[in-house]
Design a protein around this ligand. Structure first.
Ligand code: HEC
Length: 138
C-alpha cells in the first residue's frame, strides 16, 4: 500500500512538472513561435493569425515595386530607377521561408528595397511570405 501511495505522489509531481513546463512554453510562445502558438495557447493565437491578412499587407507594402503578380520589373519610385526581382520564379520558389524572411526584414537598401523589420511584425512578415507562396503557385 505504501508503495502505491508513493507512486501516486510521484505521478502527481510528474503531472505538475509537465503542466508547469507547458505553462512556461505558453508564456513565451505567442511572439516567438507563432507556428506552435495555436497548440500552446488556443485562445489567443488563432484569432491573431486570422486578423493578419498577408495579401493586404503585400498590397500595401510590396506591390508598388513587385507588382500584384510578384513579377516585378523596371520601375521608378520616388525618382529612383530600380529593377525589383521577379519573386515568383522557380528559383525563388525553391528558397526556404527563412531566406525570404531575411530579404524582407533587411531589404536591399543599396538597390532600393527598404528594410521592413522595424515596420512589420514577425507575424506580418510571415503572412506576407505565405501570400508570396500563393503567387508562386504553391
Ligand atoms: C521600393 C521598392 C520595393 C519595395 C517596396 C519592396 N521591394 Fe523587394 N525588392 C526591390 C528591389 C529593387 C529588389 C532587388 C534587389 C537586388 O537586386 O539586390 C528587391 C528584392 C526582393 C527580394 C529578393 C529577390 C531575389 O531575387 O533575391 C524579395 C524576396 C523581395 N524583394 C520581396 C519584397 C517584399 C515581400 C516586399 C514587401 C514587404 C518588398 N519586396 C518590397 C524593391 C522593393
Amino acid at each position: 500500500m505504501k508503495t502505491i501511495k508513493f507512486g501516486l505522489v510521484l505521478l502527481a509531481f510528474a503531472v505538475f512538472a509537465i503542466a508547469c513546463g507547458q505553462a512556461t512554453v505558453t508564456n513565451n510562445a505567442p511572439a516567438a513561435l507563432p507556428k506552435d502558438a495555436p497548440k500552446a495557447s488556443p485562445s489567443v493565437a488563432p484569432s491573431v493569425a486570422a486578423v493578419i491578412d498577408g495579401k493586404e499587407l503585400y498590397t500595401v507594402n510590396c506591390m508598388t515595386c513587385h507588382k500584384d503578380s510578384g513579377k516585378g520589373g523596371k520601375i521608378t519610385v520616388e525618382g529612383r530607377a530600380m529593377n525589383p526581382d521577379d519573386i515568383t520564379t522557380a528559383k525563388m520558389k525553391a528558397k526556404p521561408d527563412e531566406k525570404f524572411y531575411g530579404y524582407i526584414a533587411d531589404g536591399f537598401p543599396d538597390d532600393g528595397m527598404p528594410a521592413f523589420k522595424d515596420k512589420l511584425k514577425k507575424e506580418e512578415i510571415e503572412a506576407i511570405i505565405k501570400h508570396i507562396r500563393t503567387l508562386q503557385g504553391s
